[in-house]
Ligand binder design. Structure first.
Ligand SMILES: Nc1nc2c(c(=O)[nH]1)N[C@H]1C(S)=C(S)[C@@H](COP(=O)(O)O)O[C@H]1N2
Ligand SMILES: [Mo]
Length: 516
């Protein structure tokens, strides 16, 4: 009988260190860095983490800002809370969150693909046998290794086949628990997924709990990566390097070349991480087009069929309404819209919603007239792409009922909603512009796309968009124009504004397709 350790050693030799193992590792290292850095960009736009969906003041369990949030609504906006990070740190840096989100989405797809290739080959080639523990003895053995490390010792080389019990446990955890955790919590950030499958976020304890778990997973990945690299370099370094870099069993003659390859590999990957930031910032519009363009087909395929059913399913009740609901951008002031201020002073009695554009005959409606056409209530969760959420009851008229009042002309393919108000801030530093958004026909006709005049049973407050605001529950908050002035059929969103589909798309570099 061969000693089990020796037996394992022989089978390990037979398994070798195939090239695909090295390639998938290197690609993984590159992608993880891009994911973590773009994740930081997103986190910096709302540097607070919660377990509860209402994100109220002092309900964070962790925050990366000293700012306190006053409970007075609008005193401190979500925009005021945004931080920017240096391009050396985050991807791309300088608070270009639209581009950060674009990178995050694109790389996620590629990272999952690389992971699938790795796992398929792992099982296809028998490599899994040395990675995945197959006996309970792995626990006491790992404990022994841990004790040795704790005494700043190093388990002897025979323990590594080529991985010791502790490594096996760790790697198995990272590949089969941690990575899947990131993959399953990611989609909970999408309003379309959460709106369409309301049971899904509940698996994780809610939308914010999933966001917090996603963050903790990232933290674990970072700690693991640092420890992993440190141990590779500290414990039997020469063996490891030859295995990893040369794909061969240890041979002293190969050490020099292995070390060179490590250094080159790390330098190239880190350079690519940083280059991704600076290259994206050279021409931000182009980055937006390219990065979102590349993932458009898969987004269309996977997300566009998902429309919110929070109303039909009665996902939330009055009890779920958030006591605090963040605000993004304050009502228009005198310089922005004297017109809106005059209407407000008259209690919006003179307000008329203009419905026009490419239509046979434009029309306008008072709030009372709109109420007579149709009314519906919906208790839904608002998700801002920055990361915060809030649950409220919205009352209003389905947009499709408004659109049914006019006859669109040939070539009217999109619906534009314009505001009396502006954005709080334009990301490219130009003066603030009137806020607008463009919806595809499908978005406009959704069941939970409404123009709301009421919030939580009262008239819509000024801060939240009085007299009318758009609610598009399958999409992020940036589509939901507040202080609505008009609805127009247009031919193409490329012909209005900067041609990107809305104010946040034009100047925040977000995607017109706001379902994730
Ligand atoms: N006119 C106008 N509407 C707007 C915005 C804006 O800046 N101006 N911000 C949007 C964004 S990014 C979000 S998240 C929601 C926030 O809605 P709330 O302030 O009612 O929570 O409003 C949207 N509507
Ligand atoms: Mo937002």
């Amino acid at each position: 009988m061969m000693h089990p350790i020796l037996q394992a050693a022989t089978s390990s030799t037979e398994l070798g260190f195939p090239w695909w193992l090295q390639v998938t590792h290197l690609v993984n290292f590159l992608f993880l860095g891009l994911l973590v850095r773009s994740g930081w960009e997103i986190l910096a736009s709302h540097p607070r983490l919660y377990w509860r969906n209402d994100c109220g003041p002092d309900t964070e369990w962790l925050k990366f800002t000293k700012d306190k949030v006053p409970s007075e609504i609008g005193a401190f906006t979500a925009r005021d809370d945004q931080r920017d990070l240096h391009p050396l740190i985050s991807l791309p840096g300088r608070a270009k969150i639209g581009i950060g989100r674009a990178w995050h989405g694109l790389i996620t797809t590629l990272w999952v693909l690389n992971g699938l290739i790795y796992v398929v080959l792992l099982f296809g080639t028998g490599q899994w046998r040395r990675l995945i523990p197959t006996s309970w003895s792995v626990f006491p053995e790992a404990w022994d290794s841990l004790k040795i490390y704790a005494g700043f010792g190093v388990p002897s080389i025979e323990h590594f086949q080529p991985y010791d019990a502790l490594q096996q446990l760790m790697y198995t955890f990272v590949v089969f628990v941690l990575a899947p955790l990131m993959i399953v919590t990611g989609p909970v950030m999408s309003p379309a997924v959460v709106g369409r499958y309301p049971w899904y976020p509940k698996l994780f304890g809610g939308r914010q709990a999933a966001r917090s778990l996603h963050f903790l997973g990232m933290a674990f990945f970072v700690v693991f990566a640092v420890m992993h690299v440190a141990l590779v370099l500290l414990v039997h370094r020469e063996h490891n390097l030859v295995h990893m870099m040369m794909g061969e069993e240890y041979d002293a003659a190969l050490v020099g070349q292995a070390v060179t390859r490590v250094i080159v590999g790390v330098v190239v990957v880190v350079a690519l991480w940083i280059a991704a930031s600076y290259v994206s910032l050279i021409d931000v519009r182009k980055s937006q087009r390219v990065l979102y363009g590349l993932q458009a087909p898969i987004k269309k395929l996977v997300l566009n069929p998902m429309t919110s059913r929070q109303r039909a399913r009665q996902v939330f009740t009055e009890d779920d309404i958030s006591p605090f609901h963040w605000v993004n951008t304050r009502p228009p002031d005198l310089s922005q819209s004297p017109e809106w201020l005059a209407l407000r002073d008259g209690g919006f009695r003179d307000f008329r919603l203009e419905v026009g554009g490419l239509v046979r005959e434009p029309r306008s409606f008072s709030l009372d007239e709109l109420r007579e056409i149709a009314a519906q209530d919906q208790i839904t969760m608002h998700t801002c792409m920055q990361g915060w959420t809030g649950i409220a009851k919205w009352s209003g008229i389905p947009l499709r009922e408004v659109l049914a009042q006019v006859e669109p002309l040939e070539g009217a393919d999109y619906v534009m909603i314009e505001s009396f108000g502006t954005a709080q801030h334009m990301h490219d530093g130009r003066p603030v512009e009137p806020y607008y958004t463009v919806l595809t026909k499908a978005m406009a006709m959704e069941d939970e796309t409404i123009l709301a005049w009421g919030m939580n049973g009262a008239p819509l407050p000024e801060m939240y968009g009085a007299p009318l605001r758009l609610r598009t529950e399958s999409m992020h908050g940036y589509k939901m124009v507040k202080w609505v002035r008009s609805v127009s059929w247009i031919h193409d969103y490329k012909e209005v504004g900067d041609g990107m589909g809305g104010t946040r798309e034009d100047s925040g570099y977000q995607d017109m397709d706001a379902r994730i």
